[in-house]
Design a protein around this ligand. Sequence first.
Ligand code: F6P
Length: 323
Amino acid sequence: ISKIGVLTSGGDSPGMNAAIRAVVRTANHYNIECYGIREGYNGLIHDDFTRMGPRSVKNIITEGGTILKSARSLEFKTTEGRKKAYENLVKRGIDALVCIGGDGTFRGAKIFSEEYGIRVIGIPGTIDNDIFGTDNTIGYDTALNTAMDAIDKIRDTATSHNRVFFVEVMGRDAGFIALNSGIATGALDILIPEKKDSIEELFATFEKAEKAGKSSSIVVVAEGEQLGSIYDLAKATKNGFPDYDIRVVVLGHIQRGGSPSCADRVLASQLGYGAVIGLMEGQTKVMAGMQSNKLVYTPIEEAIKKHNEIDKNLLTISEILAI
Ligand code: F6P
C-alpha cells in the first residue's frame, strides 16, 4: 500500500486523536502517504480530504474529541453515497482506509469493502466498550474515570443531605460504564441493560439498605437500562418510599470529553500503529484490538456481531459490597 485514508466516525471518544496521531506517524515511518478524512464517511462522500504529515498531529495526544471531526453519516448508508465515496478514493489513488469508531462505523466499513474491494481496517473508539475483539475500546477508561469523579462528588452532597441519587451514565446498549463506575463509587445498586432488573428487586435493596442503617444512597443507571426512564424510576421510588429525598443526575456528554487517560493514550498508540501494520501485512475487513496485552486482529463481522460480555463476577461483587 502506498496511500491510506484515516477517519473518525460515530460518537467521539477521548483518545481518538492519539489514534489518528499513531496512524499518521506510523504511515510516515513506512513511507505511506496518509490523508485525513473529515467528519467520518461524510468527508469521503464530499471529498473532504487533507494530507497529513507527522507534524500535522503534533500535541494532539493530550486532546479530547477528534481533530478530524466525527459524524454518523446517513448518506453513507445509501448506495449512491458509497458510490461517490468510492469515486473520490479512486480519484486520489487511496488504497486503504483506517476507520476509527464503534459498531456503526465498522458496519459501514464492511459494506463499503464488500461492494468495492477497498481495504479497510477498524480501530475500536467508543466510550461504551461494547466491541468484541479487544479488552478495552479507546475512550472507555477516560469516560469511566470521568463518571467516577462525578459520582464521587454526588456522593459528598448525598451524604450531607441524607439523599437518594439516581445517576444516569452513558451506554445505550452496554452497561460497562455503569457497572464499573458503580463498583468504584460504592453504588447501592447498578442497573444495566445486560441484566434483568425489576422494581421489586430495587425496592428490596432499598429496604435492606435502610435496615443496615444507610442514610444516603446512589443508584447508577445505564442509559440503556430496561426498566424505564431514570425519571420514572425516581418517581416509582418516591411512591414506594415517600420519606426519601430523591434527586436525579444525568451525566450525559461530559463523559465523552476531556483529555484522554494514560491508558487510553497508550491503547490508541498501540492500535493506530497496529492498524497500519495490519494493512501492510495484507489484512482487510478486520479490527485491530488488544487482548491480554497482545495486538490481535478480529474479523469486523465478528467484532460487530458478538457483543463484548459483562463480567458476571463483577455483578456479584457489586451486590456483596454494596451494603
Ligand atoms: O456510543 C457512544 C454513545 O456515547 C452512547 O453511550 C450514547 O448512547 C450515544 O453515544 C449518544 O449519542 P449522541 O452523541 O448522538 O447523543
